[in-house]
Ligand binder design. Structure first.
Ligand code: PLP
Length: 490
């Protein structure tokens, strides 16, 4: 059977055993592959043995709990029967799968607390656009030959963010990315292009995409310590800068860390660079605002992210606080930097300066729609609500004797990791070591928090009921004042 497939494939590609052959005269360009799907790969024992041995050989660290294997619940693709068009069986089957899936989504949305996604939106007005393949491939500011694009929305959105971060229209360049990660990959790449021999500095609590960028671009990367709050420790930063004074510095500054929602002090980072003798033409700062990039401008006392300061780029995720239903993000940098990494592409009639090629043209329309509907005032109100509700959750956790911490500029409530994985899965909590967090987004209401608190307190009383196991001490993670373990709660 496999041989037959190989023969057909060989006659189509003209390739036998890797060597390219001139196509035979009897080549039929309309012939179809008799069996288009390759056979299912059976469980391969020797491969499994090998993988297990490899696994055994690795040094053992704290076990990371991975989610369920989706192969046990995946929805197989079923081949339509020949007479399906008459019976409609396939359509009926697919409709029932989708209806059940929709129900699951409703339930999962109801119990979501751990990831910073704003699930409160109504984009019904945009459903008329789902029949179009909208693609903004290339540079947002230079139309490509592909006409089904949404650049007019994209540039409108970019201008809005440029205004927020105080950079003139003719001085910035940016684009709508596929996610916050892409913004980091782009910002750090711009930094690397400006300073090819620069060292990347990032606090150890930076998002993993920052360290991925360092690996991808083969950059020297120095991890900087953090304070208990999760903020970059500028004393340690100083020591590390002074040890590498001969090389320019590329710095990732967190406007909200992933786990603790800590906001690095941008002004102190700049001051530290200056004190160590780094003039403005010897450093590049990328601000990772994936999480709170759109919240900070509305929080009093928050360090201001602005291009009036010596920063090189800022990125934010569009599906987090903004509330887009598909992953997306915004990346803004200085025009002077982008010329270093862009090139013209004839096939597009546009310029290539983005990480990806094809780009989701629907995302800018969703962003444009929500920015128009809410405006600055709307976002401000939502930020205030999130911060208020985050305090409510933190206070109630502490009242219930549970270790909990909330950074001043943040809506991420960090607390003791629940002991039961089922509970963690139900509420979709993000966990790391002994801690878990809830990120209070605009869709997280007091009612939802009450449900969560009641269930947590009730379940927790059973986990620690007989006293044989104690709740963990979180002094290292959240500080003495926030730790409610037996030793510190006196
Ligand atoms: C601080 C930070 N940076 C970057 C990212 C990556 O963003 P995305 O998931 O949009 O790729 C995240 C995601 O949570 C994050 O918390």
């Amino acid at each position: 059977m496999v041989g037959a497939v190989e023969n057909v494939m060989a006659s189509v590609s003209g390739k036998v055993n890797g060597a390219v052959e001139i196509l035979r005269g009897d080549f039929d360009s309309t012939a179809v592959v008799a069996e288009p799907l390759p056979p299912v790969v059976e469980d391969n024992e020797s491969l499994r043995d090998f993988e297990e041995k490899e696994e055994d050989a690795k040094p053992k660290s704290r076990e990371i709990v991975l989610g369920n294997n989706v192969h046990t619940s995946c929805l197989a693709v079923t081949e339509p029967e020949v007479n399906d068009e008459l019976t409609g069986d396939q359509d009926a089957y697919m409709a029932s799968v989708l209806a059940r899936y929709r129900k699951t989504l409703v339930d999962r949305t109801k119990h979501h607390l751990g990831y910073p996604y704003n699930l409160d939106f109504d984009y019904g007005a945009l459903s008329q656009l789902q029949h179009f393949s909208i693609n903004n491939l290339g540079d947002p500011f230079i139309e490509s030959n592909y006409g089904v694009h949404s650049r007019q929305f994209e540039v409108g959105v970019l201008d809005w963010f440029a205004r927020l971060w105080e950079i003139e229209k003719n001085e910035y360049w940016g684009y709508i990315t596929n996610c916050g990660t892409e913004g980091n990959l782009h910002g750090i790449l711009v930094g690397r292009e400006v300073f090819p021999d620069g060292i990347l500095y990032a606090s150890k609590e930076s998002h993993y995409s920052v360290f991925k960028a360092a690996r991808m671009y083969r950059m020297e990367c120095v991890k900087v310590d953090t304070l208990t709050s999760g903020e970059i420790d500028c004393a340690d930063f100083k020591v590390k800068l002074l040890a590498n004074k001969d090389k320019p510095a590329i710095i990732n500054v967190n406007i909200g860390t992933t786990v603790k929602g800590a906001v690095d002090d941008l002004d102190l980072v700049i001051q530290t660079l200056e004190e160590c003798g780094f003039s403005h033409d010897r450093f590049y700062i990328h601000c990772d605002g994936a999480l709170f990039g759109l919240m900070m401008p509305f929080v009093k006392r928050a360090p201001k992210v602005t291009f009036k300061k010596p920063i090189g780029s800022v990125s934010v995720s569009g599906h987090k606080f903004v509330g887009c239903p598909m992953p997306c993000g915004v990346q803004i940098t200085r025009m002077e930097h982008i010329n270093v990494l862009s090139s013209n592409v004839e096939y597009l009639a546009s310029r290539d300066a983005t990480i990806m090629g094809s780009r989701n043209g629907h995302a800018p329309i969703f962003l444009w729609y929500t920015l128009n509907r809410k405006g600055y005032k709307g976002f401000q109100k939502e930020v205030q609500k999130c911060l208020r509700n985050a305090h409510y959750l933190k206070d109630h956790l502490r009242e219930a004797g549970i270790s909990a911490m909330l950074n001043e500029l943040s809506s991420t409530v960090v607390f003791e990791r629940p002991k039961e994985e089922e509970f963690v899965r139900k509420w979709q909590l993000a966990c790391q070591g002994n801690i878990a967090h809830v990120v209070v987004m605009p869709n997280v209401t007091i009612d939802k928090l009450d449900d969560f608190l009641n269930e947590l307190i009730e379940r927790r009383s059973t986990w620690y009921q007989d006293g044989s196991v104690q709740p963990p001490c979180l002094v290292a993670e959240v500080g003495k004042e926030n730790c409610a373990c037996a030793l510190h709660n006196c």
